[in-house]
Structures are given as structure tokens and as C-alpha cells.
Ligand binder design. Structure first.
Ligand code: FRU
Length: 500
């Protein structure tokens, strides 16, 4: 239910910013200025019908440091309002690292004697001496927080212990914290009746996941009565720098048991890290996540900094389900309901060698597109390519080779920043998709971020790229397809989520 505006009655401070730069994503969240990394504290406030997004923010510089919890809110996850930082360091020697936030409806914490909408944030306090878990509470719906006077709530005398994700474990009626012993590559589980006193429940270790440190774990319950443990690793992830794995299993209130020895790399590209899942969603909602659309290999040097005074955006909000692919439970993902920003269907232009859409008249230069290949024989031949281009000669390419199912995306043609600037900015993302009489994939392209969803949403890529002028044309072409094969393109302009 949406409350009338008057019922909100909150003295909400709004922070103005300029979102007009040609590299600024229009349907992806990016910070008002300076450097952003992980999403933090994602919770949905049903009372006010409002999604909160906090994030790691250095409000003073274009590189990581001075970590605060930046803050924004949205009713639809695409139109965001920026607010002043929600949690700030108390002195220059401490940093407010990543964490989560929960609604404490039943006042289990005792911080909220007179209300059923108190918010508790659980974060890592980082200092030169230690990383400890701390809490802060908000009586105004998540805009301002008071740090608990008896912090830290967990201190194990470690400098590598961070990123608490807290959820309510309904079956055992207690709070559950999932947290990383980062350098040990171990995930810890703690339980608490009140968010203040925490008891260690178990550890889960997976030293065989490639990468040096574990960060930002999230344990997510799916409707299939299964839990999925997402673990971000950095540096040394399989595609270089930072990346995220997930494992499907069961959680019994104290221990996580993976169903199989399998683990899956969440994406086949380099730019999706530290995803967080919304808490307090309405019961029947599918899980919703937002990830950081960058990579520690180059996040602090991409050209949006010098040119437009900001660095890094988030992924689009994604909705998820679990499905079986050849007997293996797999997480699906797709953009969360785009209707809040979806504009007009763009006309297709047919050419002898394919079909194109011109989106130069779409003010945001952001579009949603679907490409559908059908009518293929059992042994398909040929390939289909998609090609985004700008009037300045930039291009971003991709395609699928039909006999092998090789699906690729290549960002080498976007000219402002390439592997020549930083060899870790590798151009190619590859995977293999199922080609079974046909295939379909969809994507959102948004000035400097492309997200592609393939294989019925069981595979995805987030690709940051930096053109010298916005890409504004999409051409889809085919070569060597068998008779009867068909390639369809449908694209819609997207409206900006920012008032610029
Ligand atoms: C992951 C991370 C977290 C940490 C935060 C600091 O990107 O390194 O482990 O809490 O960033 O900004």
C-alpha cells in the first residue's frame, strides 16, 4: 500500500547532484559525487513503501577511503533520491565498512520502546588495530543513526573480520549474522536474540574458491526452501580482481550445508561485486539484489572521475529465483520490473544484413533490448552479432556462435579507457549458452554500463565501458544462418531515473 505523501511527515534531507554527464548511468544508481563501492544495508520499509540503499562512500575523494554509509531511497528502485550520509566515522582513524540493516519490528533490541519501525544497522568498524562488528539504530526510518554506546558487539581481535549480513531466521526466532573471516577464507555464522549479544554458531570454509580474501557474504533464502550463500572474493577472482561465487544448500539455524560440491561464478564478466539482498521484502516477493558494477582492479582509475567527478555505479536492481539446470540448482536473475522507467518501443530498421535501432533521440541514451533467435536446426550454423556504436566511432560488440554456443562481449572499441590504460581492463567476457532450436537474451545498456541476461536468466554479465560519446545505435546482424532461422530485435527507450 502506498501512503499519502502527508503521512510520511519526515524531515528528510535531500542532497542535490549533477547527473547529466555523458558517462552517468540514468537507470543505474551512482553516487552524487566521488567514490562509491559496495551496496550496504538494503532494506524495504513497507510502511512508507520505500527502498533504502546505503553504500560505501568516500564523499571527499575519487578513490576509496574515508568510508561512510552514503544513503539514497527509492519507491521503484530506479528513481533515487540522495540523502546525507547515514553513518559517518567518529574520527579520522576509523572507517565505516560494509554491513546490513534490518527493521526491528518487535523491538528485540530494546532501542525502540515506542515504535514498530526502528532500523538497526550492523557494520564493520575498521581501524588500524582491528575490524569489529558494530551496531547503530535509527528511530526516523533509516535517515539518521545513533551508534550503540556498548559497541563493538563482536570483537575477535582480528584485522580481517568484516561485512556482517544480518537477517531474521524465522524458524529459530533469532537474528542471524553471516560474516567473513576474510584472510582465512572462512564464513562465520552468529546468532542473537536482540542484535546486541551475539553467539558464535558455526564456521563454513571453502579454501578451494579461487581468490585471496572472502568479503561481503550474503545468505539468501529462496522459496524452494533452500539457502544460497554468496561469497565475494578479492583479489585473484577467476576473471581477475574481484568476483562473486554462490553455493546452494540448506541452513538449519546454525550450520550451512551445501547440497553438492558445486560452486558457481555468479557472472561471466568482471564488473559485479559484493551484491546485497534486500531484507524485509513482502512475503511473496522474489529476492531482490543490487551489486557494485565495478572491479577493484580499476575502479579507482576509470575516467568518470576526472571527467565527471564520480566513480562507480551499482547494477540494476535484480530479481531472482532458483531453478534446476541439468539437475543443478541455479540462481536466475533479471532486471527488476522496469515499468517505472520503460519508455516507447523503438522502431526497427531492416537492412539486407540485419536489423537496427537508432536511440539517438532517447534522451537518457539508455535502452532495454531483447534479441531472439529462433527456427534453428539441431546442428545450427553461423553466428549472430550485436554492435552498439557512437557517432564518435566507439563500439561495443557481442554475439553468439551457434554451433558451439560461445557467447561473447567485447568492450575494446570504447575509446576513453581500454586495456591500453590498464591491462586488467580486459576486453572480452565469454560464456557458453544453450542453443536448443533457438535462444534469447536481453540487456540494459546505460551510457557506461551494459548488463546482459542470457540462458533464461541463469547467466549474466555486467560490463563497464567508457565511450568518448554515448552509444546510440544498436545493429544486430547474422552470418551463415541456416534456412528458416530468424533473428528478432525489440528495444525500448528508458527514462532517466534522475532529475537533472
Ligand atoms: C569490499 C570491501 C569490504 C569492505 C569495504 C570497504 O569491496 O573491501 O570487504 O567492508 O569494501 O570499503
Amino acid at each position: 500500500m502506498r501512503l499519502p505523501i502527508a503521512a510520511l511527515a519526515l524531515p528528510v534531507a535531500v542532497q542535490a547532484a549533477n547527473y547529466s554527464g555523458p558517462l552517468r548511468p540514468q537507470v543505474h544508481f551512482s553516487p552524487p559525487s566521488d567514490f562509491m563501492n559496495d551496496p550496504n544495508g538494503l532494506f524495504y520499509d513497507a510502511k512508507r513503501d520505500l527502498y533504502h540503499l546505503y553504500y560505501q562512500w568516500n564523499p571527499y575523494e575519487l578513490i576509496a577511503g574515508n568510508q561512510h554509509w552514503g544513503h539514497a531511497t527509492s519507491r521503484d528502485l530506479y528513481h533515487w533520491t540522495n540523502h546525507p550520509p547515514a553513518i559517518s566515522p567518529s574520527n579520522a582513524d576509523e572507517y565505516i565498512f560494509s554491513g546490513s540493516a534490518v527493521l526491528d519490528r518487535n523491538n528485540t533490541s530494546g532501542f525502540f520502546p515506542d515504535q514498530d519501525d526502528g532500523v538497526v544497522a550492523i557494520y564493520t568498524l575498521d581501524t588500524a588495530e582491528a575490524q569489529t562488528q558494530n551496531i547503530a539504530y535509527s528511530t526516523d526510518g533509516g535517515y539518521t543513526f545513533t551508534k550503540y554506546t556498548h559497541n563493538p558487539v563482536i570483537d575477535i581481535n582480528s584485522t580481517e573480520f568484516r561485512d556482517p549480513q544480518v537477517t531474521w531466521h524465522a524458524e529459530s526466532e533469532q537474528w542471524l549474522m553471516t560474516v567473513a573471516y576474510s584472510a582465512d577464507k572462512v564464513i562465520g555464522f552468529y546468532t542473537s536474540p536482540d542484535l546486541r549479544d551475539w553467539t558464535h554458531a558455526s564456521n563454513f570454509s571453502r579454501a578451494d574458491l579461487r581468490g585471496e580474501q572472502f568479503e561481503c557474504p550474503n545468505l539468501v533464502k529462496f522459496a524452494a526452501d533452500k539457502h544460497v550463500l554468496f561469497i565475494s572474493v578479492n583479489p585473484g577472482a577467476p576473471l581477475g580482481g574481484s568476483g562473486t561465487y554462490y553455493l546452494v544448500g540448506n541452513f538449519n539455524g546454525t550450520h550451512f550445508h551445501p547440497e553438492t560440491a558445486n560452486f558457481t561464478l555468479y557472472e561471466f564478466s568482471k564488473d559485479n561485486y559484493a551484491s546485497q539482498w534486500y531484507t524485509d521484502l513482502p512475503d511473496r516477493s522474489s529476492p531482490i539484489s543490487i551489486g557494485w558494477a565495478s572491479n577493484w582492479d580499476y575502479a579507482e582509475e576509470v575516467p568518470t572521475g576526472e571527467l565527471e567527478d564520480w566513480r562507480s555505479s551499482m547494477s540494476v536492481p535484480r530479481q531472482h529465483s532458483l531453478t534446476q539446470v541439468q539437475g543443478v540448482w541455479t540462481v536466475t536473475r533479471s532486471p527488476y520490473d522496469l515499468s517505472a522507467v520503460q519508455g516507447r518501443r523503438l522502431p526497427n530498421h531492416n537492412h539486407t544484413d540485419g536489423v537496427s535501432v537508432d536511440f539517438s533521440s532517447v534522451q537518457s541514451k539508455a535502452i532495454y533490448f531483447e534479441i531472439d533467435i529462433s527456427g534453428l536446426p539441431a546442428d545450427p550454423a553461423g553466428e549472430v552479432r550485436f554492435h552498439f556504436s557512437s557517432p564518435a566511432g566507439d563500439h561495443l560488440d557481442g554475439g553468439v556462435v551457434l554451433d558451439t554456443g560461445l557467447f561473447w562481449i567485447d568492450r575494446a572499441g570504447t575509446q576513453l579507457y581500454t586495456a591500453a590504460n590498464n591491462t586488467d581492463f580486459t576486453p572480452l567476457s565469454n560464456t557458453s549458452v544453450a542453443v536448443d532450436g533457438g535462444l534469447a537474451f536481453a540487456g540494459v545498456i546505460d551510457r557506461s554500463v551494459l548488463e546482459v541476461f542470457a540462458d533464461d536468466g541463469t547467466q549474466s554479465a555486467t560490463v563497464s565501458y567508457f565511450p568518448s560519446a554515448p552509444l546510440d545505435r544498436l545493429a544486430v546482424g547474422a552470418r551463415g544462418l541456416s534456412d528458416g532461422a530468424n533473428v528478432g530485435l525489440a528495444a525500448w527507450g528508458l527514462d532517466s531515473g534522475w532529475v537533472v
